[in-house]
Design a protein around this ligand. Structure first.
Ligand code: SF4
Length: 445
């Protein structure tokens, strides 16, 4: 009987895509998926270390798996992959000797071989070497999404923002050949996917290693030319690489969704400098103004950190002011926590009181909630095109889809419409989503 695996992924979309790749590698090796921990012969915990809380989830899960094993007398093999695996390597075994395999972010393809080796010799296996290899067997990643495919275009990052662990866990920036990317996009289209999400730590820094004339805007043009693809998204860009060519591509290419995730992290120039972001709030706001002018109706979102070392009340007020000006459709906001190896942990004291961090993040989130609700209410009465993603999590007989601007819309409809495009009239606004009624559809695509 085939052995069963379960992959649990934490963190960003890059990591979620790695989870799809892990699933594909294990299935190619004869494993079958299971959704139940009690059935699994192998549990892979695909970790994130970008924030302390995300890292803690690994230790919580390892404890739970150990406790379940004591209760049932059945112990599955445990593999740890992702950023914590890369960051901690063998040290993880000291903390939890029940781990069987540790695989770093660049060693993913070694996973099946390491699982076999650990099983045969009952000795834990660790591989966190920097392979520098961005190739991956075509068509192996396992996605359960019928309409969207993630396609990695860049791995690693060279920016070294002072708060960020990514350059240490994902390595230096490595670009995939444009020929490989387009082959993967065509394959996605051939298997019925209508939306492509291009992935990279700084996705808009792309420069094809196999074609000097192909930058990120050029890549968007080429992906647009692929028949069958209706929507193109990308994450996560860096504001300082938002070139004129990219803005023009967003304006002119109808398949490129009119949503730009533009992480700013702080609205204070002093904090931005300490973070090593290499842009000012003024430059950022100019970029926002240009995007709004060139791409009417564009939806903007951002990432924000509060309580970075040295952040004063005045700095925080600058952040609040910037948020009022930028008018984001949504925001991911976090309290600063020091991460291993970073410049901030080495050189800066984590000197903002926890109580101040909490107060600031609550004020920021309350402001964003007001802005967001007003933006969503302004959509009421409009007819928008929605790609149906899934059945609604909360209500039976309801579906959830996304607008071009990445805003969630819930409306009544049958499950057969998942993966199809609909015209929906917006009838109401909730804090994090819109409600709508079908006007037309589903369309053939
Ligand atoms: S750009 Fe900065 S925040 Fe983004 S992954 Fe690179 S180092 Fe981290």
């Amino acid at each position: 009987m085939a052995r069963k695996y379960l992959v649990e992924t934490f963190g960003c979309q890059m990591n979620a895509h790695d989870g799809e790749r892990i699933a594909g590698l294990l299935e190619a090796d004869g494993f079958q998926p299971t959704g139940r921990e009690t059935d699994a012969d192998l549990i892979v915990i695909n970790t994130c270390s970008v924030r302390e809380r995300a890292e803690d989830k690994l230790y919580t899960r390892l404890g739970e798996i150990r406790a379940a094993g004591v209760e049932t007398g059945r112990r599955p093999m445990v593999a740890v992959t992702g950023c914590v695996a890369q960051q901690e390597g063998e040290k993880l075994l000291k903390r939890d000797p029940s781990i069987d395999v540790i695989v770093g972010t660049q060693a993913l393809k070694q996973l099946p071989g390491l699982v076999h080796a650990a099983e045969e010799n009952s000795v834990p296996r660790v591989d966190v070497r920097p392979y520098d290899d961005v190739s991956f067997p075509m068509g192996i990643a396992k996605s359960s999404d019928p309409s969207r495919a993630w396609v990695s275009i860049i791995e690693g990052c060279n920016e070294f923002c002072s708060f960020c662990v990514v350059p240490y866990t994902r390595g230096h920036e490595r670009m995939r050949p444009v020929a490989d990317i387009l082959a993967e996009v065509r394959r996605a289209a051939d298997t019925g996917r209508v939306e492509i999400q291009l992935l990279g730590q700084i996705v808009n820094h792309y420069q094809a290693p196999d074609d000097p004339g192909c930058d990120f805007a050029g890549l968007l043009e080429r992906v647009s030319d692929v028949e069958g693809i209706r929507r193109i998204r990308f994450t996560s860009p860096h504001p300082r690489h938002a070139t004129d060519r990219l803005i023009a591509a967003m304006r002119d290419l109808s398949k490129v969704c009119k949503h730009f995730h533009l992480p700013i992290q702080s609205g204070s120039n002093a904090v931005l400098k300490a973070m090593r972001r290499r842009y000012t709030r003024e430059e950022y706001l100019q970029l926002v103004a240009r995007l709004r002018e060139e791409v009417p109706g564009i939806s903007l979102s951002t990432d924000m950190i509060v309580g970075f070392p040295g952040e004063t009340e005045g700095d925080f007020e600058d952040t609040m002011d910037l948020v009022r000006q930028a008018q984001y459709s949504f925001m991911y906001s976090f309290k600063y926590s020091p991460r291993p190896n970073t410049l901030a942990i080495k050189r800066m004291a984590d000197d903002v009181l926890e109580s101040d961090k909490t107060r600031r993040i609550m004020a920021l989130q309350a402001l964003q909630a007001r802005i967001q609700l007003a933006l969503f209410q302004s959509q009421v009465g409009r007819v928008v095109e929605v790609l149906v993603e899934s059945k609604s999590r909360r209500r039976d007989h309801e579906l959830a889809g996304r607008t071009d601007g990445w805003i969630l819309v819930n409306f009544a409809g049958p499950a057969e419409w998942v993966g199809r495009f609909m015209s929906v009239r917006i009838s109401g606004a909730a804090p994090n989503s819109l409600r709508g009624e079908v006007v037309e559809g589903p369309y053939a695509h």
